[in-house]
Write a protein that binds this ligand. Sequence first.
Ligand code: RIB
Length: 321
Amino acid sequence: MSASTPSASNQPTARAATVYNYGSINIDHVYRVPHLVRPGETLSSTDYQIVLGGKGANQTIALARAGGRVTHWGQLGRADEWALETLRDAGADIDEVALLEGSSGHTVIQVDDKGENAIVLFGGTNQRFTLERIDELLTNADSEGWLLLQNECNDIEEVIRQALNRGLKVAFNPAPMTPAIRELPLTELSLLFVNRGEAAALVELDEQSDADTLIRALQTALPGVDIVLTLGAAGAWRIDGTRGDTLYQPARPVQAVDTTGAGDTFIGYYMAALQADRDATTCLERATAAAALAVQRPGAATGIPAVNEVETFLQIAGRPE
Ligand code: RIB
């Protein structure tokens, strides 16, 4: 089996619904720095790379590398067409990625010696979807499918409402978080992925609140929505929107080199396991393992592991204490 061949255990079932990812595609300019730059400071970087990124593209690549069926709905500047190769090679359907004149979405990312990052984002073509194009994408979508989206493309409220009207299930990752997110029809979602900061902002609690408080407050605010709370090295929680029962998956201790895209890797692997009808425990296990591998490698899209690497990691590591 080649490094990128999905294993049978995570193949979508014959009736598996496509995941349509209305997602950003960014060109990431990644600078390795001894520490994140301080106000007024000029800091030399020790390495510089230009790579494919974007929360949307990263999640699509993770979903496809996990063996899932994913169609990416995106927009990229024509000059950056090279960046599509990684999406294509991962096995994603990129027929609905449009090449436009003008600047692609792009970022300046600092990664420090602890693997932490700071990101400046310019929306570019990710922010230039027209209502006509959105309507066309949704009209042609299979209503049995899932819509997955983040907050790096324009008119996400329109996309969510149209998807819901057409019967698609919606999974949402409100990253990056903005005040407008709270005005979205969040109670209509099927699945919400949040990190600690996003969770706290949504329910207006202190970011230092414990995970149980955050997830219970989210469930009260969004009854019926399955919620996954990712906490990086502190693992991940899931609360069932209908039954209210919670699951906790610890993270495996690893040496982080670059945490950029770890959350995206988690989401892509979780969605692929869900698409393959795996239970919630397995979804969490696979997603957490994939993210643990991703943080040990540089880059966002470049750090996303292949499915056989995740399976080997799960076998070797076993279930954590
Ligand atoms: O989540 C990581 C991603 O956030 C990066 O690839 C960058 O493009 C920003 O969108």
